[in-house]
Design a protein around this ligand. Structure first.
Ligand code: BT5
Length: 227
């Protein structure tokens, strides 16, 4: 049985930064989880800020590998682990490509993967923010459901291990299949941050978005946002 080692802080700049710092110091290792009550420099992708007041969940799960490819598989796997916690509470969310969790068309949670090689070991940090009690006005939260941070974290860890077992046995296909069942705007018209628009057909075996343009041509999108 894998033991998650939870290391808790009151306030940090970012739990992802703290995870790397502790990994460098040998104080965090495989399956360590850094949590904090609040973050002063919470981050999203492309250095965007993650609003991080007290009360929500800010966590970073550290995984260590001797060799790693297919890092982004873990982004989809983590999204499923979050989605399944919410399903358990009868909350139906959707997965927005590449890494958001959406509730009633608004962002509820985000995932930030970062990788750093330290002494020949690949340290993958999966940073997760879930709005348990509050959110910026353009986003949404779970306050009415009264889910504690501890409860959420415990369920997340169970789900993560389950999914990771399946992933190790069956590969990305099993993750992809489940992710697609709940994908936000799937088979609908979407516009991307690069201005391209078309039908969101699905994702490929690398997790790239497949966009069908109005001339019937399928485009593989590696890194844009759905607007
Ligand atoms: C993400 O980035 O969605 C990844 C967020 C990961 C946050 C966690 S918290 C624990 C760990 N430590 C960190 O420092 N980070 C991770 P992205 O897809 O780039 O989305 C960022 C955008 O989401 C921002 O530009 C805002 O528009 C929006 N946003 C910021 N704070 C939010 C919040 N609390 N809830 C919902 N949306 C938010």
């Amino acid at each position: 049985m894998t033991n998650f080692n939870i290391i808790a802080f009151d306030q940090v700049t970012s739990t992802n930064d703290m995870a790397f710092q502790l990994a460098r110091e040998g104080k965090a290792n495989n399956y360590s989880i850094i949590i904090a009550n609040s973050q002063t420099g919470g981050r999203g992708r492309l250095d965007r800020a993650w609003v991080s007041p007290i009360g929500n969940l800010y966590m970073s799960l550290l995984l260590q590998f001797n060799k790693i490819d297919r890092i982004t598989d873990y982004s989809f796997l983590s999204a499923l682990a979050i989605g399944e916690v919410l399903n358990f509470h009868n909350i139906q969310t959707q997965y927005k490509w590449p890494n958001d969790i959406i509730l009633s068309n608004k962002k509820l949670a985000g995932i930030l993967l970062q990788l750093e090689k330290i002494n020949d070991v690949y340290n993958l940090v999966i940073g997760i923010g879930v709005n348990l009690v509050s959110a910026p006005e353009y986003a949404t939260h779970l306050a009415e459901y009264k889910i504690s941070r501890e409860e959420f974290l415990k369920k997340f860890c169970d789900n993560f291990l389950n999914l990771q077992n399946k992933y190790q046995q069956f590969g990305f296909a099993i993750i992809k299949e489940n992710w697609l069942k709940n994908a936000y705007k799937i088979k609908q018209q979407i516009t991307l941050s690069n201005g391209a628009s078309g039908i969101f057909e699905g994702i490929d075996d690398e997790g790239n978005l497949l966009l069908l343009d109005n001339k019937g041509k399928l485009h593989k999108i590696l890194a844009e946002e759905i607007l």
